[in-house]
Design a binder for this molecule. Structure first.
Ligand code: HEC
Length: 160
């Protein structure tokens, strides 16, 4: 029965190792809110915004203004969701997005292609500026060169 103390020691060691993990509470709101690149919910919201950022471009350049308005609202909602879920997102960077989003809405309402391209550039600059601020400037957006959504008819439904 010499092994008993060894087993005990091992069990105690094991418990000591497991105890902190077992004692861990679900993340406190501040912890869940912390921005660390790799935060899956935030990254998914961003990817959803990226998808709309691409669709917005093709809607705008094909003059499908209703779709462009729709995509602008989709982007706005994703950014709002990100801001409400992650209060540590720099407020200034979230609110600076309000300006290009408003400019986009104006350009779309006026069906003004030139103003649309300008507002789209400002929106994209806003995305990149927050990324740089948060030291994730390696995530850089630009106007898309090609349309990955080949199943969607971007020029369709104009005025409907
Ligand atoms: C207020 C700050 C902020 C703004 C504004 C912002 N982002 Fe982000 N973005 C982030 C943060 C933080 C992450 C990193 C998320 C993570 O991985 O935890 C991120 C990550 C991303 C990613 C990488 C997602 C992935 O998994 O590949 C993309 C793409 C992205 N953003 C697109 C956009 C687009 C498009 C816009 C503008 C329409 C935008 N972002 C505006 C803060 C911002």
């Amino acid at each position: 029965m010499r092994s008993k103390p060894v087993t005990l020691v091992l069990a105690t060691l094991l418990l000591a190792t497991l105890a902190p993990a077992a004692a861990q509470q679900p993340p406190a709101p501040q912890q869940a809110d912390a921005i660390k690149p790799g935060n899956s919910r935030l990254a998914d919201l961003m990817e959803a915004a990226q998808m709309r950022h691409i669709k917005l471009w093709f809607a705008g350049i094909t003059g499908n203004w209703k779709l462009a308005g729709y995509q602008t609202r989709q982007i706005k909602t994703r950014l709002q969701d990100a801001a409400s879920l992650y209060q540590s997102l720099p407020v200034d960077d979230v609110t600076t997005m309000a300006k290009p989003i408003a400019a986009l809405a104006v350009a779309i309402a006026a069906e003004d292609s030139k103003a649309f391209v300008k507002a789209y550039g400002d929106l994209t600059a806003g995305c990149n500026s927050c990324h740089r601020e948060l030291k994730i400037g390696f995530i850089e957006l630009k106007a898309p060169a090609a349309n990955p959504f080949s199943d969607q008819v971007f020029g369709a439904g104009k005025g409907k």
